[in-house]
Design a protein around this ligand. Structure first.
Ligand SMILES: *[C@@H]1O[C@H](CO)[C@@H](O)[C@H](O)[C@H]1NC(C)=O
Ligand SMILES: *[C@@H]1O[C@H](CO)[C@@H](O)[C@H](O)[C@H]1NC(C)=O
Ligand SMILES: *[C@@H]1O[C@H](CO)[C@@H](O)[C@H](O)[C@H]1NC(C)=O
Ligand SMILES: *[C@@H]1O[C@H](CO)[C@@H](O)[C@H](O)[C@H]1NC(C)=O
Length: 421
């Protein structure tokens, strides 16, 4: 939050600075900008009279200007600050700085730039400093739930979630002992669902694509705590954030897959598929995770056949030992997926994204379930209904999905030669 505020202020300062300089440049009299009440594009190098409302699209660099509204006269700069109160979209902060600096360089002296940078530095704290301060703030709060502190706790977690996507930041967080004294107590024991959801989002953020963090999170046994939440929760947002954190922990980490999926993990995933309370969106996330993990093992093993034998032998060995497909079969994955599609296909007619996720899973796990699925009249009916409905849609995405469904139907049912409803 602090960083984004500083960056927003810096970005805005540079943009405004740049406008003031360019406005006072020697103007080509024949090309002076004539403002109206409508936004008009200002040409490159064209002079702008003072006192106009000017905006720059930071993506395209296009500059536009118009006359101030009656109410805005004399407050052009103040009115900017109300924009800044809106949280800046954080993904764009780098673009904004880069763009602002690039634009300002064209007009500002080195001394001016240097001063702007010094001012920026003075207020700037590294992400690591911000993280340690957020943790201190969190640890200052009571360990037991206090309603008045809930908002502050949620706010701290939200800021951490944003910062911990960065690998180095995640390691600062972990090195400070925060898995043990911040996240674990919330995920394991806290009675507040919102807090658990936020903590699992932080967990997902810090574990995603971060092998060192994955190991630490695995060592703290978060895998079985997440599986526990998946087995017991009926809150859709909680299941969603638990699935995200669970996937972030397991992906590309065969040892964790082996340990967690051979015990409660597979059962937890299939339990979500079977649960009557869980919405289709979350069931689609489950089958996507299952499908990704099945494909991950296959592609590592395939790649190892082509590569020289010494390449990551231990990793390959871990995947060879991983028997996820067998665990899926023994926990009833094939029947569970058949039941979801057979019973809920009517709701899927409005959710082409979820259909696509289910179809990809049918495709990647066909070898496990073909005997059951190809004999299932209810699954066949569901798939053909979806295919036909989407095939008559005007929507391009539904048409595409219908073709993928059609391919799967052909493979499963074509031998029986009656694919028409
Ligand atoms: C001013 O604009 C006119 C018309 O576009 C152009 O011919 C002329 O070269 C410009 N003069 C300067 C100093 O840029
Ligand atoms: C935490 O509490 C200590 C002692 O009360 C205080 O000095 C410190 O400023 C607090 N830190 C934060 C970040 O709130
Ligand atoms: C976490 O950071 C604070 C502030 O820098 C420090 O006092 C504390 O010792 C750190 N904790 C651990 C376990 O490193
Ligand atoms: C959860 O609560 C139990 C019972 O109060 C306690 O023994 C345990 O240490 C707590 N676990 C964590 C991770 O805080």
């Amino acid at each position: 939050m602090h960083i984004s505020t500083i960056l927003a202020a810096l970005g805005a300062a540079l943009v405004i600075g740049c406008l003031q300089v360019s406005a006072s440049e020697p103007a080509n009299k024949t090309e002076e900008f004539v403002a109206t009440d409508e936004w008009q594009v200002v040409a490159e190098g064209q002079a702008i009279p003072k006192g106009l409302h000017v905006r720059i699209n930071l993506q395209t660099g296009v500059k536009e200007a118009k006359l101030l509204d009656e109410s805005e006269r004399g407050t052009a700069l103040q009115s900017k600050s109300s924009d800044e109160e809106k949280p800046l979209s954080l993904e764009h902060k780098a673009d904004i700085i880069e763009e602002s600096v690039r634009k300002s360089k064209e007009h500002r002296s080195y001394a001016e730039l240097r001063k702007a940078y010094k001012d920026f530095q003075k207020n700037f704290r590294t992400d690591g400093e911000v993280i340690v301060q957020l943790l201190e703030q969190y640890r200052n709060l009571s360990k037991t739930p206090v309603q008045s502190e809930l908002k502050i706790k949620l706010n701290v977690l939200e800021n951490l979630e944003y910062l911990l996507h960065q690998i180095d930041n995640a390691l600062v967080f972990i090195d400070n002992g925060s898995l043990d004294d911040v996240l674990l107590p919330i995920v394991v024991n806290d009675t507040n669902t919102d807090l658990r959801i936020s903590a699992m989002r932080v967990l997902g953020a810090l574990t995603g694509n971060n092998p060192k963090a994955q190991i630490k999170v695995f060592e703290r046994n978060f895998g079985s705590h997440l599986a526990q939440i998946l087995m017991t929760s009926s809150n859709s947002a909680e299941i969603s954030s638990a699935l995200h954190a669970f996937g972030a922990l397991l992906r590309k980490f065969p040892l964790a897959q082996q340990r967690i999926l051979s015990t409660s993990g597979t059962q937890a995933l299939i339990g979500v598929l079977r649960s009557a309370d869980v919405e289709l969106r979350n069931k689609a996330k489950v089958v996507t995770l299952i499908s990704d993990l099945v494909v991950e093992k296959r592609s590592v093993i395939d790649a190892s056949r082509d590569a020289s034998p010494e390449v990551a032998d231990t990793t390959v060995a871990q995947y060879v030992l991983l028997d996820f497909e067998t665990w899926l079969q023994s926990h009833g994955y094939c029947a569970a997926l058949e039941a979801v599609l057979s019973q809920d296909y009517v709701h899927l007619l409005d959710q082409p994204e979820a259909v696509e996720q289910f179809i990809i899973a049918l495709d990647t796990t066909e070898s496990l379930c073909q005997p059951l699925w190809s004999k299932s009249a209810t699954l066949r009916h569901a798939l053909l209904t979806i295919r036909n409905r989407f095939a008559h849609s005007e929507d391009e995405y539904r048409l595409e999905v219908s073709q993928v469904v059609a391919k799967v139907c052909e493979r499963f049912y074509d031998k029986q030669k009656h694919t028409e409803l």
